[in-house]
Design a protein around this ligand. Structure first.
Ligand code: COA
Length: 152
């Protein structure tokens, strides 16, 4: 397992999150894409994983509704995968949410994002729903997990 430093990203670091995002996702996104997502949301938490001061992964959550936190988006650079980086990001996010008395955490991914499906199952999430997403022409898998019995 690679030990990383997990930090909370301030506004300046959103640039680095956008850069990480653009290395892994299409279409490209700018900082405004992330700032818009945070508008009107409570308890947004953008986390970045640093390996030897280099940003190599990010993990972003916010409140979905009272009692429920939402993991919106996260990814780790391909060359750093399967080294426990997402596990460390997730642990930091969930500890932070549990400290703020959220009871559940929800997340979603597309059916084709198999790495994340494996990750979520391993992390102790239950599959609690599925819906068709017309924008991406794929099924969206919905996961939930109690923060009282944290695993991973
Ligand atoms: C999903 C993702 C974040 C996982 O990051 P990671 O740092 O590689 O994950 P970890 O190393 O912490 O994995 C923890 C456990 O999850 C499971 N897991 C993670 N990736 C897996 C894969 N590709 N296949 C099977 N199991 C996997 C394993 O059980 C793993 O433990 P192990 O390596 O000891 O067996 C990463 O693959 C990624 O960024 N994918 C592309 C972006 C994406 O799909 N994001 C999610 C949707 S928004």
């Amino acid at each position: 397992m690679a030990q990383v430093e997990i930090i909370i990203a301030d506004d300046r670091m959103l640039v680095q999150i956008a850069e990480l995002y653009n290395q892994m996702f299409r279409p490209r996104a700018d900082v405004g894409y992330f700032q818009r997502r945070f508008l009107g949301r409570r308890c947004s938490l953008p986390l970045v994983a640093l390996f030897e001061s280099r940003p190599i992964g990010f993990w972003i959550g916010y409140e979905l509704k009272p009692g429920m936190y939402y993991h919106w988006l996260g990814a780790v650079l391909p060359e750093f995968r399967r080294k426990g980086i997402a596990r460390q990001l997730q642990e930091a996010q969930q500890a932070w949410a549990r400290d703020r008395e959220y009871e559940y955490i929800r997340t979603e991914c597309m059916n084709h994002q198999r790495e994340f499906i494996h990750f979520a199952i391993e992390a102790g999430y239950d599959i609690c729903g599925i819906r068709w997403d017309s924008t991406h022409a794929d099924n969206l898998i919905i996961f939930e997990k109690s923060l009282h019995n944290m695993t991973l």
